[in-house]
Design a protein around this ligand. Structure first.
Ligand SMILES: [Zn+2]
Ligand SMILES: [Zn+2]
Length: 188
């Protein structure tokens, strides 16, 4: 392995440092409390808010009862809150107009009212590392902004399972494909 490669590996270990269970627990409780207070104001049904390490970025809502909102723990505190507000906006749209609302203009107008400042999930260190580790083909869901990487491409168009379950089907978009192989110089 080259010196450059081993240096990268060390950097990865440093950045791997996960948040402590106590921090995760406290932050999850704070996000839950935030949902509960918005829910009281907007007359929304209950939701269970879960911080999860299994998503590289962003979040998703599974409609209940009760709704379940899963938020990636790999994001900064501010981005976790942004994601909660985004998913809570889906809960409001679901209550008012049903499952098919998606990211409509009135979704974004409500989201803005709730304090949502960004439209896409952030690039996280975790996501970058997942990409680097096995990234050949990367797919993004335009509905929930979740990303997947695969060693081989899907043979046909795929729906995001989470969005389909949530009643707003979205086709995965190929956002990265392998670079053409460089021919290695031949030794004589
Ligand atoms: Zn959304
Ligand atoms: Zn999705």
């Amino acid at each position: 392995m080259s010196a450059f490669g081993s240096r990268l590996r060390q950097l990865d270990l440093f950045l791997e440092e996960p948040p402590s269970p106590a921090e995760i627990g406290a932050d999850q409780a704070a996000l839950q409390a935030r949902y509960d207070s918005i829910a009281a104001e907007w007359k929304l049904p209950p939701a269970r808010v879960v911080l999860t390490a299994r998503r590289a970025t962003g979040g998703v809502i599974t409609y209940g009862p009760p709704h379940v909102i899963r938020i990636s723990s790999h994001m900064s505190r501010e981005d976790r809150l942004q994601t909660l507000l985004h998913e809570t906006t889906h809960a409001i749209c679901f209550a008012r107009w049903g499952v098919a609302e998606g990211h409509s203009p009135r979704f974004w107008s409500l989201a803005k009212k709730l304090g949502v400042a960004r439209r896409t999930a952030p690039e996280t260190e975790r996501l970058r590392r997942v990409r680097e580790a096995n990234a050949r083909y990367a797919y993004r869901c335009p509905g929930c902004a979740a990303e997947w990487t695969r060693r081989t491409p899907f043979g046909r168009a795929r729906l995001c399972a989470a969005c389909e379950r949530a009643g707003r089907p979205a086709h995965l978009i190929l956002v990265r494909r392998p670079r053409p192989l460089r021919r290695s110089p031949r030794k004589r």
